[in-house]
Design a protein around this ligand. Structure first.
Ligand code: IPD
Length: 270
């Protein structure tokens, strides 16, 4: 896709995210061996893995972004933070859903966002396992980007008691115990819970209406950046403990149900 394929102020950044994200997705697909992918190391806890392919994907993304935009900053899950001078910073998860990737559960993604200051202005997410892809620019809407680009909006949600809610769990056992306790309270009050295993894909599912709502504590910037923009550009509301979503809490839903849903989430102790 050429650099001017997307219109609008942030279209060039999205075009680069798409080009680089597709190359990284191809690398991840090609290098994945049959069966279980070996763990190269663990990070925040003994169950927080990284594989050589996560690292190779991030190295490729860093190189391609630096070739195209040498003055930009870079924040990636697997490498050192690079401070830039252009005012644009790339926020990247080279494989979101690493545990799914290891086991072969078909929900793992490359997630690439560009932000200026705290504001994400372009985001691209591609599910490596099935090729579905989503993108957005700030103020420019959300698009499906596999095949011909197709703009979409979040469909009208069902009532609170019928929400299908996506959530996720961190890697720290204590945090997990608290997350589990909150989910135990939420589960009887909604249709059901989904734990897809990749936050970027959860947020794209929220955007498209494959789930009706989302909640998670402990997300890192690279889990949230691209998928968060895609969800809000599709028409969802995202919120946190004090306004903007952050590491402490991310909850999201269609505006028609958001106030009621956010109140329920807080009442469940998230
Ligand atoms: C994880 C996934 C998971 C979410 C965790 C994340 P990773 O990212 O997005 O769905 O619940 O909070 O850390 O480790 O697979 O890149």
């Amino acid at each position: 896709m050429s650099a001017d394929a997307f219109a609008g102020q942030h279209g060039e950044l999205l075009s680069l995210a798409v080009d680089v994200g597709r190359e990284a997705a191809e690398l991840v697909r090609r290098r994945r061996p049959e069966g279980r992918v070996p763990v190269a190391d663990v990070k925040s806890s003994a169950t927080d893995p990284v594989t050589e392919i996560d690292r190779a994907s991030e190295e490729l993304i860093r190189r391609l972004v630096a070739e195209a935009r040498p003055d930009d900053g870079f924040l990636g899950e697997e490498g050192d933070t690079l401070v830039g001078t252009s005012g644009v910073e790339w926020v990247v998860d080279p494989i979101d859903g690493t545990v799914n990737f290891m086991y072969g559960v078909p929900a793992y993604a490359v997630s690439i966002a560009a932000r200026t200051g705290d504001q994400v202005v372009a985001g691209f997410v591609v599910n490596v396992a099935d090729g579905r892809a989503w993108g957005a620019t700030l103020g420019g809407g959300a698009y499906r980007l596999d095949g011909e680009p197709r703009r979409f909006v979040t469909p009208t949600p069902p009532p609170l008691t019928h929400l299908l809610v996506a959530t996720g769990f961190g890697y720290d056992p204590e945090v997990r115990a608290a997350q589990g306790a909150s989910v135990t309270q939420l589960l009887p009050q909604v249709r059901d819970i989904r734990r897809i295993g990749a936050a970027a894909l959860d947020l794209c599912a929220l955007a498209e209406g494959t789930v009706d709502a989302y909640v998670e504590r402990g997300l890192q910037p690279w889990d949230l950046a691209a998928g968060g923009l895609i969800a809000t550009e599709a028409g969802c509301v995202l919120s946190g403990l004090e306004g903007a979503p952050d590491r402490r809490l991310v909850m999201g839903a269609h505006p028609e149900i958001a106030p009621e849903y956010f109140e329920l989430v807080r009442a469940c102790g998230f």
